[in-house]
Write a protein that binds this ligand. Structure first.
Ligand SMILES: Cc1cc2nc3c(=O)[nH]c(=O)nc-3n(C[C@H](O)[C@H](O)[C@H](O)COP(=O)(O)OP(=O)(O)OC[C@H]3O[C@@H](n4cnc5c(N)ncnc54)[C@H](O)[C@@H]3O)c2cc1C
Length: 391
């Protein structure tokens, strides 16, 4: 009998899980809360080699690359506009980028299209309210009163996951990290395409990258510890601009120019601290991506995409659903724990007080610990899609 899977959330993890499950012959229905979540929310994300490898494994890389900007070089700058270092990101196997920046909405749109092509059904505007175990399955209930029965319920519903609370409500919700990410798009000549520029300043960082046609995408972390996440929506466009200029507007730097000449776009996104979630599964329910492990800034997308393929492999290869979910957790826990430790270290580095001249001194350490050999464990991960999972 064909396994029936319900995926809650059609973000990165949910949409790629749907692609991989449907390609494995599993009847897959995805329920997404928003009618159009693939809008501009979240701005652009930087996908590293591990996430791109996960996309490649299930045939989604080419379509993704076509919508993004391939990054061949990372450039690290001080807040005053001093170049602190460069790291090459080229030299990977032909056709496979090692870094790609892409609008989150575009990536979600590509993955949903692929999920539908693979045979999954994507329902939008459907909020999961609750779910309960029934004989050999799970019954999911939606806020609109509708119900769905399935053999396995997969929570890919992000940082504030409902499924996580259904698995165990004894877990603290993710803690707001006191920073918000704000994005903008503009055109500016003189920024070479193919580089991702990362500017480290006191209590934040600013990144920007250019498309060959001169369009520049930028994203800035702004301290907003004085506000509750619920109050962020009340800050005006002018209010955000003042905060951005206070943080990144000193001197004649590209950051200052980019902020001055562009309107911000989308909603500012509050960032949450890395957190180890003790329970990922109960019976036939499981979580993945940000629902299972908020990891902080810059790692979450790749890990969510890896989770998706590994979970689908386990459900493809192991007939007993609870055993498959146990296998998924044991394959993923060690790696996620390591990433959470890296996320905590990165947060500490970014928040060092009184930076300035320290940036120059810290740049080699930064390169070594976050860009160099120390991150090879993160980047060189293989989801082993074509390898059978055995228990
Ligand atoms: C501003 C910003 C920049 C980032 N930049 C990077 C980066 O450069 N590199 C990187 O690796 N990571 C980055 N991240 C992190 C990355 O975006 C996340 O880790 C990734 O999106 C997690 O994917 P996900 O599918 O688990 O969750 P999400 O993408 O959040 O998707 C969850 C989905 O579930 C839906 N949903 C929620 N509740 C329900 C419900 N009850 N019923 C139905 N549907 C529901 C939501 O609407 C959403 O579509 C960034 C995050 C932010 C906010």
């Amino acid at each position: 009998m064909t396994l029936e899977a319900t995926v809650v959330g059609a973000g990165l993890a949910g949409s790629l899980t749907a692609v991989a499950l449907a390609r494995s012959g599993i009847a897959t229905s995805v329920y997404e809360a928003y009618l159009d979540p693939a809008g501009t929310t979240g701005g652009f994300i930087n996908l590293t080699a591990n996430g791109l490898g996960a996309l490649h494994s299930v045939g989604c890389l080419e379509q993704t690359q076509a919508r993004g900007i391939v990054v061949n070089r990372l450039c690290l700058w001080s807040g005053e506009g001093r170049l602190l270092g460069r790291v090459s990101r080229s030299g990977r196997p032909a056709g496979r980028a090692m870094n790609l920046t892409i609008m989150r909405g575009d990536l979600v749109a590509v993955l949903r299209e692929e999920a539908a092509k693979a045979g999954a059904t994507v329902h939008t505007g459907r909020w999961l309210a609750s779910a309960a175990a029934i004989t050999d399955g799970v019954s999911a209930q939606f806020i609109d009163g509708g119900r769905a029965r399935c053999d396995v319920l997969i929570g890919a519903d992000g940082t504030h996951s409902r499924v996580r609370r259904l698995i165990s409500n004894a877990v603290e919700p993710p803690e707001y990290g006191g920073h918000c990410a704000i994005d903008g798009v503009t055109r500016m000549p003189g920024i070479t395409a193919g580089s991702l520029h990362l500017v480290v300043s006191r209590q934040g960082c600013f990144q920007y990258t250019a498309k060959p046609d001169g369009t520049v995408w930028w994203s800035a972390l702004v301290p907003t510890g004085d506000l509750d996440p619920a109050e962020l929506a009340d800050v005006s466009e002018q209010g955000w601009r003042s905060r951005l200029l206070e943080q990144y507007g000193q001197g004649e730097t590209p950051c200052a120019a980019l902020i001055r000449q562009s309107a911000t776009q989308g909603r500012p996104a509050p960032l949450y601290l890395p957190q180890r979630m003790p329970h990922w599964r109960r019976g036939r329910m499981v979580i993945l991506g940000d629902a299972a492990h908020p990891v902080g800034y810059g790692l979450g997308a790749g890990l969510a995409l890896e989770d998706a393929v590994v979970l689908a492999r386990c459900l493809r290869d192991i007939d007993d659903v609870p055993v498959a979910l146990t296998a998924y957790e044991s394959l993923r826990r060690p790696r996620i724990d390591r990433a959470l430790r890296a996320g905590v270290r990165y947060g500490r580095f970014r928040n060092l007080p009184g930076r300035g001249w320290l940036d120059t001194a810290l740049a080699p350490l930064y390169r070594r610990y976050f860009w160099g050999a120390a991150s090879s464990w993160l980047l060189a991960y293989d989801v082993e899609w074509h390898r059978r999972v055995r228990v």
